[in-house]
Design a protein around this ligand. Sequence first.
Ligand code: APR
Ligand code: PHB
Length: 395
Amino acid sequence: MPNVRTQVGIVGAGPAGLVLSHLLYLRGIDSVVLENRSRQYVEERVRAGVLEQGTVDLLAEMGVGERMKKEGLVHYGIELRFLGRGHPIDFRELTGGKGITIYAQAEVLKDLNDARIATGGQVFFEVEDVSVHDFNTVQPKISYRKDGHAYELACDFIAGCDGFHGTCRPSIPHGVLTEYERVYPFGWLGILAEAPPSSEELVYCYHDHGFALLSMRTPQIGRLYLQCKPDEDIAEWSDDRIWHELQVRLASTGWKLAEGPVLQKGVTGMRSFLVDPMQYGRLFLAGDSAHIVPPTGAKGLNLAVADVQVLARGFDKFYKTGDHTLLDRYSQICLRRIWKVQRFSWWMTSMLHRFPDGTPFDQRRQIAELDYVTSSRAAATSLAENYIGLPMEWD
Ligand code: APR
Ligand code: PHB
């Protein structure tokens, strides 16, 4: 029988919701997570896979890092490829030894779900008709249906961790939130392939035909992307056509792209979006429900984790001392860093993609930018420190 009361009611069992729930558990704070999809669906959804050092450290501190440490691939750089040549950006050297870890979001979610279940966490999947109420009072409520029955969960606070299309953000009265948005005139066609990655490092490639990215999940499974139209019809892309286009864009002298069976493919649109503030009364938005970044730079999951780290500390302080100043500053603390990450994701996207209305001037400028980033230590350091993850500034 689901709880009728909890301290923090969490909507959504993605990275934001599950990390928050476990962080709260570790601080002795009770939470209930309500997710409208099945556990299997959430754990099998193919999403990002690059973890900043700060994300890795947090997951390890939370006791959910064992498999990540064993199976994750630690990378100390990326390659930028343009005009048929690759140029390494060496994070280790540029940032004093820091790197990133490749470990799929789906695996992070499996580890978090296992940890939540092992510690008696209340995570309810396949709940329906979730709606949030009274969050402008001290007794917010979440109503939902499960197995045909209607329930109401009374909470002290609600965390809206329900992604970009969730119900929490639209429940905030009109006029409270300012939205900032940029929609890009292209998307990414992504594949998961049974093909060992052809490069040790991730390759971000600028090409006349458009951007391409070589990434990976494991030493046996590659993850590759092609810039495409935002509304590209995946049915028009046979596996052969995808591999051919990847070969053309990623071509580099003395280098060969290994092919293999395509396990999954899909198209995603690209946007930059955020709301300010990320809070209204006792409803706090975290992760994709508050902001979206284009995937160039792989920041989405890391931003979600950073938000809930701030939120968990705020709740901790409130429950220990009654002091809500950290909770009151939640938006301000998060948004300062989020804007910088938005800037970085926009910058990587703008540098590496072909814009449909791009002029020859724009294209030469992009090449000059890539040339600069790969030849100036100052510029390369800027890319590296953003890629491995900026610190949170608490003041
Ligand atoms: N009721 C309950 N759950 C909901 C509702 C709803 N009305 N709407 C959405 N959800 C669930 C979704 O099914 C999803 O599991 O909320 C969860 C939100 O998870 P994500 O979309 O993964 O968002 P978040 O946890 O903020 O993580 C952001 O994950 O996939 C990425 O690109 C994204 O990397 C970014 C990161
Ligand atoms: C991925 O592996 O899915 C990935 C890697 C780097 C990115 C985006 C996505 O910038």
